[in-house]
Design a protein around this ligand. Structure first.
Ligand SMILES: Cc1cc2nc3c(=O)[nH]c(=O)nc-3n(C[C@H](O)[C@H](O)[C@H](O)COP(=O)(O)OP(=O)(O)OC[C@H]3O[C@@H](n4cnc5c(N)ncnc54)[C@H](O)[C@@H]3O)c2cc1C
Length: 397
């Protein structure tokens, strides 16, 4: 099995090869996954570390826009970017492949170019995200969808689905969307906008659409969907098997798309004993991977963030969205910088946020608030628009 070690040659994105500096030993950072959370780590840390990225896709995709991109080819082009463009100007060694096993100082990578290889590291960040049950169309997780790992393949697959929707509309057939959460509701709305005469059935066992959102949002979406002719079938138990589902909905023939069910696939980190029964990686508030007893794995040198984590020791649960992922990235970045400067340091960032004599929050949320105060205050001092705007909204009495 070939190995990438500290004294190897690394590819420089400016186009030339260079020998790795032995002085950089001890600063090898492995980033696993290049979704919204992984890319934040790369953008902020490529100057501080010798960074290797393992990511099976050769493109970056803006997931929140993908349901419109599916219906509208021109829009899709604005959402897809070759990964080399996203990494341009950063000294990052991208290995196209998947980490199949992560241990304390080394990762086993399955690469279509190099086969099985070992990548050694001093620090690692796991950002392998989540996958949507039954449908890789919404987000390519890198798990099994070999065809969609290339930009060309991804375009083809979305185009095939778009063509399928067009044909369904022409042939006056029915589209059933199973799951009236964020994905199902948004997709129903996009499909109705771009294929107005296509019959769309949106089904969920919940009594309402968007069950995780406030009632106002549910009412607004429900009214919109009804006004635009979406056939809502809510509050009934729905079998996942397609034939049984259509029978339960009393529909003879339809194209069914699954829009529910988030799964996790961080099993490759199982040897570190930080993966819970749902497949998520458990971390502490510093975003270090921890085992079931709360001890940091690999002496606290392996971090995880984004959709793939379950953070312990915080009062709130984090939603699987980009904003929390980016906030977690800031915690990982400051802790990794600190560890790089003082590798023995065990006391990672912590803080207490106090207002009007009471503790509002502690831990990394408080660290983030302090950081945001600092950034916006300094922006205000430099007379920048964002900092000045933020502080103009904060009452001082
Ligand atoms: C249709 C849709 C709409 C959404 N809309 C919004 C929205 O409006 N706002 C919002 O905030 N969020 C939205 N989300 C959620 C958002 O996309 C996720 O929260 C976000 O993508 C999580 O980022 P991540 O980096 O943690 O993981 P991911 O985006 O899942 O990225 C993980 C990366 O890791 C790679 N990977 C996986 N396994 C391995 C492995 N073993 N080795 C190496 N690489 C690996 C994958 O290829 C992938 O590139 C939406 C999601 C969907 C599906």
């Amino acid at each position: 099995m070939p190995a990438v070690r500290s004294h190897c040659r690394v590819f420089n994105p400016l186009g030339w090869w260079q020998e790795e500096d032995p002085e950089k030993a001890g600063r090898r950072l492995l980033v696993i996954g290049c979704g919204p959370s992984g890319i934040q780590i790369l953008r902020q840390l490529w100057k501080d570390f010798e960074v290797t990225l393992v990511e099976p896709k050769d493109y970056y995709e803006f997931t929140p826009g993908i349901l419109r991109g599916l219906c509208h080819p021109q829009h899709l082009e604005t959402l897809l970017l070759p990964l080399e463009d996203a990494l341009a100007g950063m000294r990052v060694n991208h290995i196209k492949g998947r980490v199949v096993r992560l241990s304390e100082r080394s990762a086993q990578v399955d690469s279509p170019v190099h086969g099985l290889m070992a990548v050694d590291f001093d620090y690692a960040v796991v950002a392998v995200g989540s996958q949507y049950a039954g449908n890789s169309l919404w987000k390519v997780s890198g798990a099994a969808e070999a065809d969609e790992l290339s930009l060309i393949g991804r375009r083809k697959s979305l185009e095939a689905m778009r063509q399928n929707l067009e044909d369904l509309e022409k042939e006056q057939k029915t589209l059933v969307l199973l799951g009236a959460g964020l994905v199902g509701v948004e997709l129903a709305a996009e499909v109705k906008h771009y294929f107005p005469t296509l019959r769309v059935v949106l089904a969920d066992r919940s009594q309402t659409v968007l069950p995780v959102l406030p009632k106002d949002a549910q009412d607004y979406a429900q009214t919109w969907l009804k006004e635009h002719g979406v056939d809502l079938r809510l509050g009934c138990e729905l079998p996942r098997d397609e034939t049984a589902l259509l029978k339960a909905l009393e529909i003879d023939e339809a194209k069914v798309l699954l829009c529910a069910g988030l799964g996790f696939h961080a099993g490759m980190a199982a040897t570190l004993e930080c993966v819970d029964a749902s497949g998520q990686i458990t971390t502490n508030r510093f975003m270090q991977c921890i085992d079931s007893k709360g001890h940091p794995s690999a002496d606290g040198r392996i971090f995880a963030l984004g959709d793939c984590v379950n953070v312990r020791g915080t009062e709130m649960r984090f939603t699987k969205d980009i904003y929390p992922a980016e906030a977690m990235a800031n915690v990982v970045v400051s802790n990794l910088r600190r560890l790089r400067n003082d590798p023995g340091s065990a006391n990672l960032e912590d803080c207490i946020f106090v207002r009007n004599g009471g503790v509002v929050t502690t831990g990394w949320i408080a660290v983030q608030m302090k950081h945001q105060v600092e950034v916006t205050k300094m922006g205000e001092m430099r007379q920048e628009m964002w900092g000045s705007f933020v502080w103009s909204l904060v009452p001082h009495w």
